[in-house]
Design a protein around this ligand. Sequence first.
Ligand code: AMP
Length: 712
Amino acid sequence: MPPKRKGKKPIKSDVTPEARKEAAGHKDLGNKDFVAGNYDDAAKHFSAAIEADPTDHIFYSNRSACYASVGKLSAAVSDAERCIELKPEWGKGYSRLGTALFKRNDLDGAQKAFAGGLAVDPNNVQCDDGLAEVKAAKAKREKLAADRAAADLEHMSMDPTDRYVIGIDLGTTYSCVSVWKDGEAQVLANSEGDRTTPSWVAFTDDGRVVGDAAKRQAAQNTKRTLFNVKRIIGRQFSECGEELKLFPFTVKEGDGGKPLIEVEVDEEMKTFTPEQISAMVLEKMKKTAEVALGCPIKKAVITVPAYFNDAQRRQTKDAGAIAGLDVLRIINEPTAAALAYGLDKNNTEGGEGEGGKPKEQTILVFDLGGGTFDVSLLKIEDGVFTVLATAGDTHLGGEDFDSALAEDVAAQHKKKAGADIFTGDDKAQRKLRTACERAKRMLSSSTGATVECFVGEHEIAMPYTRARFEKVCEPLFQRCVDSVKRVLADASIKKEAVDEIVLVGGSTRVPRVQQILSDFFDGKSLCKSVHPDEAVAFGAAVQGAILSGARDAATSNLLLVDVIPLSLGVECEGKQFAKVVPRNTPVPCKKKSEFTTVYDYQDEIDVRIFEGERSNCDGNHLLGEFQITGVERAKKGEPKIDVQFEVNTNGLLTVTARDRETGANAEVKLQHDRGRLSPEEIQRMCAEAEAMRAEDERAEREFEAAMERGEM
Ligand code: AMP
């Protein structure tokens, strides 16, 4: 009697001739699909072949090749191992294993597998080639590691003040600071122990306070508590109408149409520019980093919404300068978030994730914060980030949800109590908004919450359901989808082609926002691997590390390519907008266009620079203007004037114009002073900020002491 086989593995004789025939049929189909590049279908046929006949090593070998081709590396490895188990003397099984391990970045394992193949089959060409490839990759890796170690040593020996480049997410509602330290981006907690700081500044009778201290005393000091200043930075007073309606503090029109914030300080009315107030928030972030790192900090990367125009970027940079920071780079918030996401992916490369990491990914960064909404499409390929398109809404965010909720609660209260206790009362409205924000956050994790606050002798305690919140905010939520559609259309990318949807910004915690987004992408799951509140600062710190020369294994593979968010061009006859740089052009960029005169012997041309997407300049945003004199005196249309737009890596713009005929004397640089601070003004403000610093620190200490005593 022959022995009975132990265990479950069938031996060849267990497989019937019919099953073997069926398996051979599947194998043929699988081979055809493989040759046609349909690896998933091919894998299915080989699986069916294995099902019919689990004893044939070739089926495992072929399926391993399919899995390796689509990046399912764990499966490719285990099929190759099974193949070797079934046919240890067959060299190809080892070459399959070596290939899968090599793709998984396991160079030692791959080397062992190829060497094993050559031991059983010394003439195996695939194993021979594979071994040579592994050895070359190992040598390259070792050289890179040695270079990095040398660079790291140099970097570590730098003065910490020069070494650390902090990344600041200067948010509309909250700000966050991070730094690259010990090989990773670390978010730094402020003196209150919080990892994000409200972007609020208050002038109290005891001095100036910034952050949580400012926010907490807001209801008692509405006229002198400043917030949401990011909404007006870099803008003209005339453009700020909507925002100003929501500000309980005073904003006036200053020189050149700039908004100026008026506040009573030490019983005297003082005015501040938006960049001065933003500088106070930045200074708090700088100080947070200095305390955490134990050294003065001078350099920073600051993030701005992708939709910020040139003036908004410049003024953010100016705010950094006033705060005593050398702003090395201004980067877009979603791009920073993508960097955080990319780093996360980089770190897990070669890990156990089924399917491994595809070579190229299209990701959509959906960043819904407190005041702004940005959506960007990016391509990540071999560590290179390219922003394909950006869109968004500068007037959409969690604050709008708070407003909608507050309006509804106030209306319901009026109906019930018969009296309107909120209209015209800034203090009452501030209390209500704070209560609504609290309830809104609760509604992200539970289906009911209570809006609770005291207004004078009135106690509000209104139960509120998530369903009602969703109904009240639905039009706002739907607006998010409009921007998503736009960004896809701009990049000519179908929604099916988006590999990952990365959620950033505190307001992406709202379940309905997630649901609408997932529904739009036909039920696709959303990526929440990056921290919604910290990802932007995290990415800014990664960019800071790259700029500071911290050549870490993780960061040194990352490179950033940004795009300009709005088309740039020149006003022509009849207010027509002539685009010179179309939106979504990668930066840095330099583009030239030819212009001419509109009447005979015209020797001067006024060049008005606009950004926007409208064909008529009235609908676009004026960035600046200048005049070229000394243009060739000729019949209209004959002179040739080259106007060149140059956008540098910070997204900042320089425009020059040159008459081709008359040459040198016609070249003009754009005097871009509209809404822009002069170096003298920045210097003056720096001095002022410096002078106020000691006084502020004292005030902050007193404020904190009063808080602890429960007097606030
Ligand atoms: P950010 O500008 O990214 O810091 O986002 C701040 C916004 O996120 C604010 O409007 C917050 O009210 C909002 N937010 C934070 N946490 C939550 C939450 N759990 N649910 C809903 N909104 C939130």
